[in-house]
Design a protein around this ligand. Structure first.
Ligand SMILES: Nc1nc2c(ncn2[C@@H]2O[C@H](COP(=O)(O)OP(=O)(O)OP(=O)(O)O)[C@@H](O)[C@H]2O)c(=O)[nH]1
Ligand SMILES: [Mg+2]
Length: 679
């Protein structure tokens, strides 16, 4: 058995997330250098970062894809995932949440709390993942670190406590968990120490007693209760760093190695087995294999690369694994540790560790790798990722590139969980959807770099249709062509269902008026209509169809006849059920300088928006929460930029669907031309 240098308990997996340009990648490069994992002090600003290595990333000076890096410190293996921070690219950060124990949210001392800060803090909390806050750029001029800590505590709660404080006018940091006293630039080491110990001692009665008796806990005594406090959200440690000067970087590494949870200690992910029952497992290398593929990417040298986290057992090179329900095992060739773009082959990846395999076409993001058919149905509980809302119709500039374009888009969709594409059934256009303007612009750029030039047309809104009343529908389909005929007759009832319920089909046929073998054809006929609603050609949703009567003919009844009768009976009913068009409503979080607050809220209200609240943030900024129809805020990014001179920021997420106002409905109906192929 090949040996590994470290065991599951020595691993720390940390997702480094936060707002765009907060300094995540620069910090990771600094951590790699400080630990000796790399010999070059690289940074994204110099274009030689170990994490931002893609061509587009170097050009834009932004992380676009999440990356895996690692270093060793104090005998611990620290895996770091660098994620992009732009709200448009948060899918890249969210997809990595199932791979880590801890989410470290980076806040730039000069920018303060921003929209992606909140999104990632919330996303981690929803998944019950321990969190830490890393303040970086803390030595930048004109920063008010004390006010920033206050605003962090106000926004994310009093359990956010500094674990170190800047000292010597920002030239160093002083550790507060084990140090009882010391000089700090603001706050007090003694008070912070007591606050930390108060929280830690809540986790451990014995420690509490010793501590009340005046004894100071040492590192060994404190690790377990401290990480437990992180697991339960009882402590969200705040750490100060400055990647440019290197201040606090070594101390950050110390804290991760000493205090952050290992895979043995972190909160277990919710794997579910058959019938949605929780599936129990342990981060134990000796157990049966259970690994989760959280991301796939393509690499110019090795081809398709699947990144996986082992949760139990081990993935060994040159072995066989089962993928989800696959009957046959697939052969795993080489397994790798990744350092940005570099791969290093290793004999195996043990429980708790993150690795990659290359060139296995059968593996997709979200798959579970295992080695026992008893685990066939086990999968990770569904993750909620941001919904792609921003659409664009695309067509290749070269007419012959259709197939090439759809192959390229399929590949991009596999690598990016928040990108989708489809061919619109009613307009026959190829539609791409992403989280925002920037997201789609980057995808078009990627296509261009692969020699695929496309024309784009104005964004399409994903309207839907539904019904507002219950109604009856009927259709008799009879066709006589030469000898054989077609006959089918259907009576059905439709009723509205609650928003988000989708489609339901019920069979209440008595006495075989429609023979059982034809009922699925009736359902198919109804489903044919779901894709193209009668008003605007948008998908029809939230409706229940109950077929309750009909007639058949012993010779002429056929599946196709009942499919047509079902479809037309359904259409008959829909037209009587007061159909309405629904539009996507988004929830927006907008950060805006106070002096522009009135203009921005006025602008949102003028776009049929509703202001839900306004919070005062640090640094003269406010955070507006609002809902608005997506169709009205498609270009909000550039409008906000021009109102605030580039100082505003925003993110949006699908909230719900609402009926469109009558004027909008009329123009959508007037603009809808059913495709001639549609009957
Ligand atoms: N003064 C100062 N500037 C920093 C520091 N860290 C990063 N920067 C600068 O901040 C900018 C953004 O840094 P990045 O590390 O690329 O930020 P990021 O969070 O990875 O950004 P995205 O990948 O776009 O999410 C760059 O211009 C850096 O040089 C720091 O500690 N101090
Ligand atoms: Mg970055």
């Amino acid at each position: 058995m090949p040996s590994v240098a470290y065991s599951t308990g020595d691993i720390r997996n940390v997702l480094v997330a936060g707002h765009g340009q907060s300094g995540k990648t620069t910090l990771i490069d600094a951590m790699l250098f400080a630990s000796g994992a790399v010999t070059r002090h690289a940074s994204p600003a110099e274009g030689n970062s170990f994490a931002d290595f893609e061509k587009e990333e170097k050009e834009h000076r932004h992380t676009i894809y999440s990356k895996l890096l690692h270093l060793d410190h104090l005998g611990k293996r620290i895996n770091l995932i660098d994620a992009p921070g732009s709200p448009d690219l948060l899918g890249q950060a969210m997809q990595c949440l199932p791979a880590v124990e801890t989410v470290a949210v980076v806040i730039s001392a000069s920018a303060g709390i921003e929209v992606a800060t909140r999104r990632m803090m919330d996303a981690a909390l929803e998944r019950i993942l321990p969190r830490a806050i890393i303040i970086t750029k803390s030595a930048a001029p004109d920063v008010d670190l004390e006010a920033l800590v206050a605003s962090i505590q106000e926004t994310f709660g009093p359990d956010c406590i500094p674990i170190n404080l800047p000292t010597g006018k920002g030239r160093a940091v002083v550790e507060c968990l084990l140090n009882k006293s010391g000089e700090s630039d603001f706050g007090s080491v003694a008070r912070t120490h007591i606050a930390l110990l108060d929280h830690v001692a809540d986790m451990d009665e014995e420690l509490m007693e010793k501590y009340l008796g005046g004894e100071e806990p040492n590192y060994d005594a404190i690790h377990a209760p401290f990480e437990k406090a992180m697991d339960t959200g009882h402590i969200v440690p705040i750490l100060f760093t400055d990647a440019k000067t290197g201040v606090g970087v070594a101390e950050l590494l110390d804290s991760i190695a000493k205090h952050f949870p290992s895979p043995l200690e972190g909160n277990l992910r919710r794997f579910v087995g058959d019938e949605d029952k929780n599936f129990d497992y342990a981060e134990d290398p000796a157990g049966k294999l259970l690994a989760h593929v959280f991301k796939v990417t393509s690499d110019p040298f090795v081809g398709k690369l699947a990144l996986f986290r082992v949760h139990q057992g081990r993935v060994t090179g040159h072995s066989h694994v089962l993928i989800g329900h696959s009957k046959k095992a697939v052969k795993i060739g080489h397994v790798f540790h990744l350092q940005g773009r570099e791969h290093r082959e290793v004999p195996e990846i043990v429980a708790g560790d993150i690795g990659a395999v290359a060139k296995i076409e059968e593996i997709h993001a979200g798959d579970v790798l295992h080695d026992d058919h008893a685990l066939d149905g086990v999968h990770l509980a569904r993750e909620t990722l941001p919904t792609p809302l921003f659409g664009l119709a695309v067509a290749p500039k070269n007419r012959g590139d259709d197939a090439k374009l759809s192959v390229a888009l399929t590949k991009i969709a596999e690598e990016d969980p928040t990108f989708r594409y489809h061919v619109d059934r009613s307009t026959h256009e190829m539609v791409i959807q992403g989280l925002g303007e920037l997201h789609l612009r980057l995808i078009l750029e990627k296509l261009k770099n692969r020699g695929l030039l496309v024309d784009t047309s104005p964004p399409k809104i994903a309207y839907r249709e539904t019904i507002s009343l219950s109604a009856e529908g009927h259709h008799r389909h009879r066709k006589q062509t030469g000898g054989s005929g077609q006959f089918g007759e259907v009576y059905l009832r439709i009723q509205p269902m609650e928003r988000g319920a989708g489609f339901e089909f019920a069979d209440e046929i008595f006495g075989g008026t429609i023979p059982g073998q034809y009922v699925p054809a009736v359902e198919k006929g109804c489903r044919d209509l779901l894709e193209i609603g009668p008003l605007s050609g948008s998908p029809l949703v939230d409706v229940k169809v109950t077929v309750y009567d009909g007639k058949h003919h012993p010779v002429d009844s056929k599946e196709i006849a009942f499919r047509t009768a079902g479809k037309l009976a359904f259409r008959d009913a829909i037209l009587k059920a007061k159909p309405v068009i629904l539009e996507p409503i988004v929830k927006m979080e907008v950060s805006v300088p106070d002096k522009h607050l009135g203009t921005v809220t006025g602008d949102i209200s003028g776009k049929r928006g509703r202001i839900l609240g306004t919070d005062v943030m640090s640094g003269g900024m406010s955070m507006v929460t609002a809902t608005a129809p997506l169709s009205e805020v498609m270009h909000f990014q550039s409008q906000l930029k021009s109102i605030t001179g580039g100082q505003g920021n925003f993110s949006m997420e699908l909230s719900h669907y609402d009926p469109v106002p009558p004027a909008v409905a009329q123009s959508l109906i007037a603009g809808y031309k059913p495709h001639p192929e549609q009957d």
